[in-house]
Design a protein around this ligand. Structure first.
Ligand code: HEC
Ligand code: HEC
Length: 275
């Protein structure tokens, strides 16, 4: 007969051993996975191949203020090429009488990121592009109206016909925008060359930084791969911007976004719930 005490001991030590093995596996896989890479060619979805005409159409749309309800805002308003495809504001711009609640991230190398948004609620550029147009506090555009508005512009009618072989739809607007965004790429930086084996691409000081970054600085634990991110979500204890509760319009935007994202307790939120 097995002594119950021994059995407990055994199952406990078994569990401990299993835990240690798990931890080691995690450590080993992270250690081997965590490295920086030079940027390779942009990933392109099969159902939206890049063509020069589509990219050109996407660029026109990206700069077109017709995409907003009151005709004052284009994507460039908040993702300005002059300021790294961002707007350099702690809280991004907004549709008149409303307030935004988060900042606009840069779109440089955005094609390599997935998921999108600060909370990862968009899965692809093709899906994401319609959000700012529909958002009440950003471009506040009615998409049925937008389709008719664009159909009133002969150049767009021709361009959509050439690129998609058909009429203007919201999905095609989004696909063209996404194609353009896939060309906003910064490649061939000295670090890319260094990572591809050119040992002289970095100065001695930069090499030191690289060593700290990938070594005792442990930055590599989260900032890894070709785009310096593991695309995961961490609470790194950045203090909340007080405006989120001090300005009722910002609070309204925060709670509205939380509501449509499915947060049950959205009415009592006092800070960005994140993911
Ligand atoms: C009024 C300002 C504003 C306008 C106009 C705007 N954006 Fe944004 N954009 C933002 C903000 C703010 C975020 C971050 C929102 C969040 O994470 O909840 C964002 C996020 C994004 C992201 C995700 C970035 C990332 O790192 O995950 C993409 C892609 C993007 N916008 C593309 C566009 C496109 C395309 C347009 C035009 C159709 C556009 N934006 C118009 C403010 C704006
Ligand atoms: C535990 C994970 C983690 C570690 C370790 C870490 N970071 Fe970060 N870092 C983040 C997160 C999360 C953000 C903010 C979100 C974002 O920019 O995607 C961030 C943002 C940044 C940014 C701003 C990026 C931008 O686009 O604005 C810089 C620069 C940065 N980290 C550098 C470092 C350096 C240098 C180290 C090492 C000393 C380091 N990080 C270690 C998770 C980490």
């Amino acid at each position: 007969m097995i002594n119950p005490a021994v059995e407990i001991l055994n199952s406990k030590s078994l569990r401990l051993a299993a835990a240690v093995i798990c931890l080691l596996t995690i450590l080993i896989t992270t250690a081997s996975a965590a490295h920086l890479e030079s940027l390779k060619s942009v990933p392109v979805p099969k159902d939206n191949p890049q063509t020069p005409e589509k990219i050109d159409l996407g660029k026109k749309l990206f700069f077109d203020r017709r995409l907003s309800g009151d005709g004052t805002m284009s994507c460039v308003t908040c993702h300005d090429p002059e300021t790294g495809y961002s707007d350099r504001l702690a809280i991004s711009l907004n549709y008149p009488t409303t307030k935004n609640w988060r900042n606009s991230p840069t779109l440089i190398n955005i094609a390599y990121n997935n998921p999108l948004f600060w909370d990862g609620r968009a899965k692809s550029l093709d899906e994401q592009a319609l959000f700012p147009m529909m958002s009440a506090f950003e471009m506040n555009q009615n998409l049925d109206f937008l389709e008719e508005e664009l159909k009133g512009v002969p150049e767009y009618v021709d361009a959509f016909q050439k690129v998609f072989g058909g009429e203007i739809t919201r999905q095609r607007v989004a696909m063209a925008l996404a194609s353009f965004e896939r060309t906003i790429v910064s490649r061939n930086a000295p670090l890319d060359k260094f990572l591809d084996g050119d040992n002289n691409a970095l100065t001695p000081e930069q090499k030191k930084g690289y060593e700290i970054f990938t070594g005792k600085g442990k930055c590599i634990l989260c900032h890894t791969g070709a785009n310096f991110t593991d695309n995961k979500f961490y609470n790194i204890s950045v203090p909340e911007n007080p405006v989120l509760i001090n300005d009722p319009r910002v609070t309204a935007t925060m709670r509205f976004t939380a509501k449509v994202s499915g947060y049950k307790e959205y009415r009592s939120l006092t800070e960005d719930p994140g993911r």
